[in-house]
Design a protein around this ligand. Structure first.
Ligand code: 3PG
Ligand code: MG
Length: 349
């Protein structure tokens, strides 16, 4: 895989540095609800400060603003406050939500020039947004000497390991609802895996028809529910005994046991997507069992994608896997074997 040049090769002494970070974090009641991405951006900012940068201007989008109301709701101010509390240095300044500029997402040169104005160097550390060709992630890289930040490099390194020679057994676990988004990734990676375990809504679709060029393991039992509701009537059923019109909202205990046994023997694991509706505790056991088995395995284990990351964090197991990716869509596109525009725009290292 192509490696963009590292910020560590840049001479930043006395320079004004524009940093694109992915500080697109969840908000609740106007406050930062999860600051994982803000913390993940700190090492690069600290590196720049330690190496004498005169000014560090940070840019990020927040959400997908469209209306005038969104402009208020999606102001970057709460993120700026959290960043300041984690890294107090007068040389650091966070720009307002880049997506408030209409030119940002269409990658118009005007806004890219505005971002570059007065800056000496550009550092892209926004791995989570590297699949977007926007002004702040791509356009500006053509206007300033461009480098990759430390998080960007770490993400490429860890996820890149799955694209190279891996230790076997290599087990992939996939689930979640966005089936079509994930099929290309599975096709690209799955042929190299020894086992591909499928849960969640994806399994229902695959049972009808497996569009992949290799076999997959599907659940033998599910937690069947009478409706898509937290308090729905529910019981464990083998897959051929799910009452008509009922939904499988989690994998069942026999499947959890079988998947767990396979995962515990694995030497390489990629997990993307929960096994069921884990946000509701009655349907969380299957996802929890998978998370526990991934954590227990003596394996190089990578968890990517927003929901599975949230799950492993809520179960308190994030520090027992090898790498938790800050990228959802970006990690999937990378594993599909696609070039990420935000990476491609940085000269090779
Ligand atoms: C993400 O959260 O996936 C990234 O920040 C990209 O956001 P986007 O899907 O709105 O471009
Ligand atoms: Mg482990």
């Amino acid at each position: 895989m192509r490696r963009p040049r590292s910020v560590e090769t840049a001479d930043v002494e006395g320079k004004r540095v524009l940093v694109r970070a992915d500080l697109n974090v969840p908000l609740a009641a106007g406050e930062v609800a999860d600051d994982t991405r803000i913390r993940a951006a700190l090492p690069t900012l600290q590196w720049l400060l330690d190496h004498g940068a005169r000014e560090v201007v940070v840019a990020s989008h927040l959400g997908r603003p469209e209306t005038a109301d969104d402009r208020e709701r999606l102001s970057i101010a709460p993120v700026a406050n959290r960043l300041r509390s984690l890294l107090a240095d007068d040389r650091v300044r966070l720009l307002e939500n880049t997506r408030f500029e209409p030119g940002e997402t269409s990658n118009e040169s005007g806004f890219a020039r505005e971002l570059a104005e007065g800056m000496d160097i550009y550092v892209n550390d926004a791995f989570g947004s590297a699949h977007r060709a926007h002004c702040s992630t791509e356009g500006v890289a053509h206007l300033l000497p461009a480098y990759a930040g430390l998080l960007m490099l770490a993400e490429l390194e860890h996820l890149g390991r799955l694209l190279g020679e891996v230790e076997h057994p290599f087990v992939i676990v996939a689930g979640g609802a966005k089936v079509d988004d994930k099929l290309a990734v599975l096709e690209n990676l799955g042929g190299r895996a020894d086992r591909v375990l499928i849960g969640g809504k994806m399994a229902e679709q695959m049972r009808e028809h497996n569009p992949l060029s290799f076999p997959v393991e599907l659940p033998v039992d599910v937690v069947a529910a009478s409706a898509f509701a937290e308090d729905a009537e529910a019981h464990v059923a083998t897959v051929d005994a799910v009452p008509a019109g009922w939904l499988g909202l989690d994998i069942g205990p026999a499947t959890a046991e079988a998947f767990g046994a396979i995962l515990r023997e694995a030497r390489t694991i990629f997990w993307n997507g929960p096994m069921g509706v884990f946000e509701w505790s009655r349907f969380a056991a299957g996802t929890r069992a998978v998370a526990e088995a991934v954590a227990a395995a003596d394996a190089y284990s990578v968890v990517g994608g927003g929901d599975s990351v949230r799950a492993i964090q809520e179960f308190g197991l994030a520090d027992r896997v090898s790498w938790v990716s800050t990228g959802g869509g970006a990690s999937l596109e990378l594993l599909e074997g696609r070039d990420l525009p935000g990476v491609a725009a940085i000269p090779e290292g």
